[in-house]
Design a protein around this ligand. Structure first.
Ligand code: FE2
Length: 147
């Protein structure tokens, strides 16, 4: 694509999300961002630790870190303008597996993700993109759970 990444943002440490970390880190020599409650996967020698409310800057972009635990203890989503990179928290018409806490996962979705403006795009770690408005209206786990 002719671009040179200068940051790696991990939503969580599961191998299907971090398996290429070593190759990426070696190829681009850039830091890896991960939540303070998440285990550090193999592959990077340069971790930057984030917590809820942190803001990263990338050129003119501001990246907000929103802790969304439940799928994993240290799951974090990244909000860039009206785009949320949500890892395995929520999927179009479904939700992630509650590996660390079902209640935390439910709260992350109903109190954080689905409180963003309806037009916010959600780009999950698996499956098609969706929006906050679509999930509030059609996701069977959350219909009527968020006003
Ligand atoms: Fe995962």
């Amino acid at each position: 694509m002719g671009v040179r990444p200068n940051r790696i943002l991990l939503t969580h440490a599961h191998p299907d999300h971090s398996g290429g970390l070593g190759e990426l880190s070696d190829a681009f020599d850039c830091p890896t961002y991960i939540d303070h409650n998440e285990p550090k996967p193999k592959g990077s020698r340069n971790f930057k630790i984030v917590k809820d409310g942190d803001e990263l800057t990338l050129g003119k972009l501001r990246i907000s870190c929103i802790e969304t635990p439940g799928h994993t203890e240290g799951g974090v989503s990244y909000l860039i303008n009206q785009t949320l990179l949500s890892g395995d928290v929520i999927f179009a018409g479904s939700m992630g597996r509650a590996n660390s806490s079902w209640q935390d996962l439910f709260n992350s979705i109903t109190q954080k993700v689905l409180r963003l403006p309806d037009a916010t795009g959600i780009y999950p770690g698996h499956g098609p993109a969706t929006t906050v408005g679509q999930e509030k209206e059609h996701n069977p786990f959350f219909i009527g759970r968020v006003n």
